[in-house]
Design a protein around this ligand. Structure first.
Ligand SMILES: [Zn+2]
Ligand SMILES: [Zn+2]
Length: 266
């Protein structure tokens, strides 16, 4: 792999992570901060392979309401590792099918383009505010969603093939597999391995330093369950939350405002 291809893949990973962590998760779902509309909409378009905004928010809010209970859409405690990791997207509890889906990268993106606007819709009622937003409603329409996600699939293939040939496409595909599984690990590993907080009365969310670094901060998942509307995670000193540093930078640039942070205990 050439340096230029490595740098492209690394930047792609950083961008994919940040748009979902800051755009979908902390801003859209938990309203931990406000972003300028043009910037927020750009994040949503860039993060669209994660799912339709309505479906993503509905499922995630349901996860917080019913953490590790029967109604949790993806609990490894209730439904097992593979279902929580990625099986819930395709409604499969078969570990082999889940594993193949988890390593499918570009094929998974193609499946998701078709499937996501019509799957996991049962929690949409928890995302009424999202559905009331004209832009977010429009981009959640199956046809619009599918066109944009197919563009997410085709454009990087053309770009990497033109610059680096087949090796470029392979490197991007592997990067995609890593990105998907890091996102999935929040739903699975972050409820199984790591430090639990006794203040968390419900569920088994964990703080896991390795997942936190790789997922750009969201792996401080026990912290997140304790204060879902905090834009900053990693409550103990020295805990790195890259997304938080980016949020601070966005505030300096006048793009982020109304940032909520957990009040420190004295
Ligand atoms: Zn959780
Ligand atoms: Zn959350």
């Amino acid at each position: 792999m050439t340096w230029s291809l490595f740098i492209f893949c690394f930047c792609y990973y950083l961008l994919a992570g940040l748009v979902v962590v800051i755009g979908y998760h902390r801003c859209l779902t938990h309203k931990a901060l406000k972003l300028k509309p043009w910037f927020f909409r750009t994040l949503i378009v860039l993060g669209l392979p994660a799912g339709t905004p309505i479906q993503w928010v509905g499922n995630h809010r349901s996860h917080h309401m019913h953490t590790d209970e029967e109604l949790d859409p993806h609990s490894p405690i209730v439904s097992g590792f593979w279902y929580a990791h990625c099986g819930w997207y395709i409604n499969s509890r078969n570990p082999i099918i889940c594993f193949l889906y988890s390593i499918a990268g570009p094929i998974r993106m193609g499946i998701d383009a078709i499937n996501r606007p019509i799957s996991n819709q049962e929690h949409n009622k928890l995302a009424r505010d999202v559905a009331e937003d004209k832009f977010l409603n429009w981009i959640s329409e199956p046809l619009v969603f599918r066109c944009i996600v197919f563009a997410h699939l085709v454009l990087p293939i053309l770009f990497t093939y033109n610059l680096w040939g087949v090796n470029g496409v392979i490197a991007w595909s592997v990067t995609l597999v890593i990105i998907y599984n890091l996102g999935d690990s929040i739903d699975s590993i972050s409820h199984l391995f790591g430090e639990q907080l006794k203040e968390n009365k419900k569920g088994a969310a964990r703080n896991n330093a390795i997942i936190a670094i790789l997922t750009l901060g969201d792996g401080w998942h026990a912290d997140h369950h304790l204060f879902p509307s905090s834009a900053k995670l990693g409550f103990k000193k020295g805990r790195i939350d890259l997304s938080w540093y980016i949020i601070l930078m966005l505030e300096k640039l006048g793009i982020a405002s109304d940032i909520k942070v957990r009040k420190e205990k004295k």
